[in-house]
Write a protein that binds this ligand. Structure first.
Ligand SMILES: Cc1cc2nc3c(=O)[nH]c(=O)nc-3n(C[C@H](O)[C@H](O)[C@H](O)COP(=O)(O)OP(=O)(O)OC[C@H]3O[C@@H](n4cnc5c(N)ncnc54)[C@H](O)[C@@H]3O)c2cc1C
Length: 493
């Protein structure tokens, strides 16, 4: 069958990990017909994998009104990890000035509950094995020999992405320099809990809330021929790091990961897009992988929904690559820097001491913490007010209906024109049903992470992902241009 001749769904999301679920939720919220195809029979994960949500990820969940579901299960820590040290973020201007410790399996369970409420279908125990695409659609081939017709396919199928490989997209970057054994085990001797530089500086031994198995992460030299690690391999690694294996036994999970750093050279090939680990992989330092994937999804979801409902041209999708590829590239660079800073030779130690000296100062600490937490992300949308392209702060607002928070205005995933100056001066009737006009006042200062205090703009156009698309007054000719660029041409005046 010719691709495009059959349309079972507007969008097929290949892979229902954190990125795929967030993307499907965003698409569904925006009214798109989406299905997830997921290899696993259930949302259960082997091992705990990612251990935390950063401030910007919690903010995007807050923008959808679901942050409390995660906050009620996680533990708040007022710092982010950087190269084996902790950077205080308690003075960063956000309501979520902390890292939320929450295992990936819990994040996935909560996200799965959300997409289920939204009514997103998930085809479980099913794999995307390939696709063919034409001018108007893509035929997605599944492991059971059937296929699904769609307008777009998004590969959220992890670092070994079948979708990326089938699209012929290069995964460019750097081979691993270190390998880590990760395991969840019992131990006869009680080890000292916490970050321990001897093992590689990324939290070799901890035990969550003092119960359950110990989680062990140990740095090893890279070995291209190494198979899956075994209990004897773990014993050897513990001996090498600590001089004892702590009487390790009863592993529930032993696996290996590396600092391989690779990024898809393109996030889109025609009607096929990539997000999350399918688009970028890197070392675990700073805990940014899951977070970056979820934020890719929040950038792409509303844009793809507008393209499939016909309100925006396909060229809107070019902004996904333009905005998210540099973010992914920067995560690769900062994780590679952290690997270098964690080396234990004397010169690397000296470098690390120098960097830690700098990070003891407020401005470098704010910069680094802004980067790791994702709060400093700045899409280059042109010159102008410092808010342009940055995330909108969650202001306390007063409206005719009473007090509200800015993020509450984004719960439906729709763009908002926030008029903070003169009620009745803006007209968005040409974008009626798409852009919501909200008249409000805000009494306090405007403080941005890393940047500091900025002047209050008279009005702000906020995209569904919470980034600012325009600031100005009612007569600014840039406003209709920004509305058309981001939310499609308006109806004729
Ligand atoms: C030990 C470890 C520690 C980590 N710590 C952190 C941390 O602290 N913070 C952080 O942010 N990140 C961390 N990460 C990274 C994080 O786990 C990943 O970045 C994250 O899981 C990426 O999510 P994803 O949805 O893009 O991909 P994945 O989680 O890999 O999900 C891909 C999904 O697609 C499915 N799938 C695969 N192929 C197919 C196919 N062909 N068809 C259908 N389905 C398919 C898979 O079953 C899976 O459900 C860590 C990773 C590891 C291994």
């Amino acid at each position: 069958m010719q691709p495009g001749t059959r349309r079972d769904h507007a969008v097929v999301v290949g892979g229902g990990g954190p990125t795929g679920m967030m993307l499907a939720g965003e698409l569904k919220l925006a009214g798109a017909d989406v299905v997830i195809v997921e290899r696993r029979a259930s949302q259960e994960l082997d091992g705990s994998r990612a251990g935390g949500l950063h401030a910007r990820t919690i903010e995007v969940l807050d923008q959808r009104g679901i942050a409390d579901r995660f906050l009620s299960e996680g533990q708040e820590h007022p710092f982010v990890g950087y190269a084996g040290t902790f950077l205080d973020i308690s003075d960063v201007p956000t309501r979520h000035n902390y890292l939320l410790a929450l295992w990936q399996r819990d994040v996935e369970r909560i996200l799965a509950g959300w997409v289920d409420e939204l009514g997103v279908p998930i085809l479980r125990s099913s794999e995307v094995v390939g696709f063919t695409q034409g001018g108007t659609g893509v035929e997605v081939e599944l492991s059971d020999g059937t296929s699904l017709g769609a307008e777009f396919l998004v590969g959220c199928d992890g670092g070994r992405s079948v979708v990326r490989k089938a699209a012929g997209i290069e995964f460019a970057g750097w081979d691993p320099t270190v390998s880590f054994i990760i395991a969840e085990v019992e131990m006869e001797e009680a080890p000292e809990i916490g970050m321990r530089p001897e093992g590689g500086g990324i939290g070799p031994v901890d035990r969550g809330e003092g119960k359950g198995p110990y989680r062990v992460v140990l740095q090893r030299p890279p070995d291209e021929n190494a198979g899956e690690p075994t209990l004897p391999d773990l014993r050897e690694a513990l001996e090498a790091a600590y001089g004892t294996d702590f009487g390790v036994h009863s592993p529930t999970w032993i696996s290996r990961f590396t600092d391989m750093s690779r990024q898809a050279t393109s996030y889109r090939e025609g009607r096929v897009l990539l997000a999350g680990d399918a688009a970028h992989v890197h070392g675990p330092a700073g805990g940014q992988g899951l977070n970056t994937g979820v934020q890719d999804a929040v950038n792409l979801g509303w844009k793809l929904a507008q393209v499939v409902d016909g309100s925006s041209p396909e060229s809107l999708l070019d902004t996904y690559q333009a905005e998210r590829h540099p973010v992914g590239a920067r995560v690769l660079r900062n994780t590679m820097a952290q690997v270098a800073l964690s080396r234990t030779d004397e010169r690397s130690r000296a470098l690390r001491e120098a960097v830690l000296d700098l990070l003891a100062m407020d401005e470098p600490r704010h910069r680094m913490a802004g980067m790791i937490s994702g709060l400093d992300i700045h899409y280059h949308l042109g010159d102008g007010h410092p808010l342009l392209g940055r995330r909108m702060p969650d202001l306390d607002l007063h409206t005719a209906e009473g007090p509200t928070r800015l993020f509450s205005l984004l719960h439906e995933g729709r763009p908002v024109l926030l008029d903070l100056a003169e009620p009745g001066t803006f007209d968005v009737s040409r974008w009626a049903g798409r852009v919501r006009l909200v008249e409000a006042t805000h009494a306090g200062a405007w403080r941005l992470p890393v940047i500091g205090e900025v002047a209050a703009p008279p009005a702000v156009l906020i995209r569904p992902d919470g980034h600012v698309a325009w600031t100005g007054g009612p007569t600014d000719p840039g406003l209709p241009r920004a509305l058309a660029t981001w939310f499609g041409p308006g109806t004729p005046a």
